[in-house]
Ligand binder design. Structure first.
Ligand SMILES: Nc1ncnc2c1ncn2[C@@H]1O[C@H](COP(=O)(O)OP(=O)(O)OP(=O)(O)O)[C@@H](O)[C@H]1O
Length: 515
């Protein structure tokens, strides 16, 4: 079977002239000869990107998804190809509703009549991986039932195995193959697909996002459907049906009285709340997945659906982003360079002024326009491109963030061309920084560290003795002493604070009794 699939893939590659793209890059006499044979009598009217896109569409949904993922990796894919791959659409014909019903019954272990009061057999929407049906629970609750396309896992395992073989060939035989990191790209894609094919992962993401936005302080920012866990599994995801109009139907929204400028501002605010407050963001923000409520109680509010792709940011990532954005807007390129060196992102021996110069070269042209028009997504993209030249591996979650940021900015600007992105974003960055470096952040940090200190302080003499016994080396001694000195300084600070608190408390008590 695998061999048949391989033959079919090879035939499609040949039909769209993709063999040429590959063979041209292999510097081996055999490749040149083969190219002569396969090229014989063929002429192409379409660009290489267009041919690749059409071939992927013919190869099926998995390859379409792969192309979509590749289109976001502009660090490894040439721009003309990436632009063309970004046009890939995975709108495919729905699968028969009997199959959907069979999957639901098998996965949830009950006949459909016992699960839902009503189940609409015609799907509401269908895509490569799943399709959505409308249904009603016995309580009368309207729900969206997302069902996985049957047999996907099997096809995927086979296709991924073939992609791995292909990646190995590229890495081995194409001169620039290593830089393209084909094995890593396929691994990343594998992980991404497996997450998409487990609807429980998506349901859990949805549930987390809903919890994040259910806090009273965030009332009215973003509506997220409720997950019905008893009607969900790996293959089925049942959630509250959300009534709304897709965000790209601007005229309709305006006609219904929605404040479009406010909507644009809110979109950016929601995104920054997710990024800087939660470190957890919806990363598939295309217009089909963002609706606007026209319900009386939630009029004009955003609704999110489709939680297959989310990004998670660590404190380190958030710190990197906030500090870099702030330094960038102050045009402090030296600081940007220092931040990269301090955080260990670039090798420690990187020359600060070289990095500073490179950052200046990519960032300065952005200041040609008013601050309000600067795209943070573009700035990040340029920063990442520069960093790569200095051997920095950009983490996938940051690439995802940058891509989502571009989507959000594009959407915001389409809604309101006068949207001042910086004005909307700045308070978030400043608030976040203040929380980290301000008194609140300091106390939180101290609290977090306190458990560590309770362990370290009593053990310090023993650790010192052990270390000295292990390595009776002047260098080691010096390092140990330096470490102790640093720890001592922290301990002193801790004591100073403790004494301070103690003094203030005693002072307060004396004042209270003598008053
Ligand atoms: N809870 C919901 N309430 C209302 N509509 C929904 C809901 N969930 C999904 N939909 C509708 O179904 C469509 C497809 O759902 P979803 O985006 O989750 O599927 P998908 O297979 O990931 O599709 P795609 O890959 O095209 O985004 C959405 O664009 C939206 O119109």
């Amino acid at each position: 079977m695998k061999i048949l699939r391989l033959i079919r893939i090879s035939f499609i590659c040949w039909r769209y002239g993709l063999d040429e793209l590959l063979l041209e890059n292999i510097r081996h006499p055999f490749a040149a000869k083969l190219l002569k044979i396969t090229r014989f009598g063929r002429q192409y009217t379409k660009s290489r990107g267009q041919r690749l896109r059409e071939a992927l569409e013919t190869l099926g949904p998995i390859f379409v998804k792969f192309g979509q993922v590749l289109s976001t990796r502009r660090d490894v894919v040439p721009h003309d190809i990436a632009d063309e791959l970004a046009l890939l659409q995975d709108k495919v014909p729905p699968f028969p509703s009997e199959q959907a019903v069979a999957t639901i019954e098998q996965s949830l272990g009950k006949p459909i009549r016992e699960l839902f009061a009503e189940f609409e057999l015609t799907p509401h929407a269908s895509a490569s991986v799943a399709q959505v049906h409308i249904a009603y629970l016995f309580s009368g609750q309207k729900v969206a039932v997302k069902v996985l396309r049957p047999g996907m896992l099997k096809v995927i395992e086979k296709d991924i195995a073939l992609m791995r073989t292909f990646a190995r060939l590229v890495q081995r035989y194409i001169p620039d193959g290593k830089r393209l990191k084909p094995k890593e790209v396929v691994d990343e894609f594998d992980q991404y697909l497996h997450d998409e094919l487990d609807l429980q992962v998506e349901a859990a993401n949805c549930s987390q996002l809903r919890r994040n936005f259910s806090h009273p302080k965030r009332a009215g920012l973003l509506l997220v459907p409720e997950v019905f866990w008893s009607y969900s599994s790996k293959e089925v995801f049942t959630m509250e049906w959300m009534e709304g109009i897709p965000i790209n139907k601007v005229e309709e929204l305006r006609a219904r009285g929605v404040d479009i400028a406010k909507l644009a501002r809110m979109g950016v605010e929601i995104f920054f709340t997710q990024v800087f407050e939660d470190g957890f963001f919806h990363a598939d923000m295309h217009p089909g997945n963002i609706l606007v409520s026209l319900d009386e109680k939630s009029f004009g509010q955003y609704i999110a659906v489709d939680f297959g792709i989310v990004g998670s940011l660590s404190e380190f990532d958030k710190n990197y982003l906030a500090q870099n954005f702030l330094a960038f807007f102050q045009r402090d390129y030296r600081r940007v360079a220092q931040l990269h060196i301090e955080s260990g992102w670039v090798p420690a021996d990187t020359r600060e002024e070289l990095l500073e110069g490179a950052v200046r070269t990519v960032c300065e042209p952005h200041f040609d326009r008013p601050l309000s028009e600067i795209s943070l997504g573009q700035v990040l993209l340029r920063l990442f491109q520069t960093s790569r030249r200095f051997n920095v591996e950009i983490q996938p979650q940051l690439v995802l963030l940058q891509k989502t940021l571009l989507n959000i900015e594009g959407m915001g600007r389409e809604l309101d061309p006068n949207l001042d992105l910086w004005k909307t974003a700045k308070p978030f960055l400043e608030k976040w920084m203040w929380q980290r470096v301000g008194p609140k952040g300091f106390m939180e940090q101290l609290q977090k560290e306190s458990t560590q200190w309770a362990n370290i302080l009593p053990a310090l003499p023993r650790l010192l003795q052990q270390r000295l016994q292990q390595e009776n080396h002047s260098e080691a001694l010096l390092q140990t002493l330096t470490k102790i000195q640093k720890q001592q300084e922290k301990a002193n600070l801790l004591s100073a604070i403790a004494i301070g608190i103690f003094t203030v408390s005693i002072g307060g008590l004396i004042y209270y009794f003598l008053r």
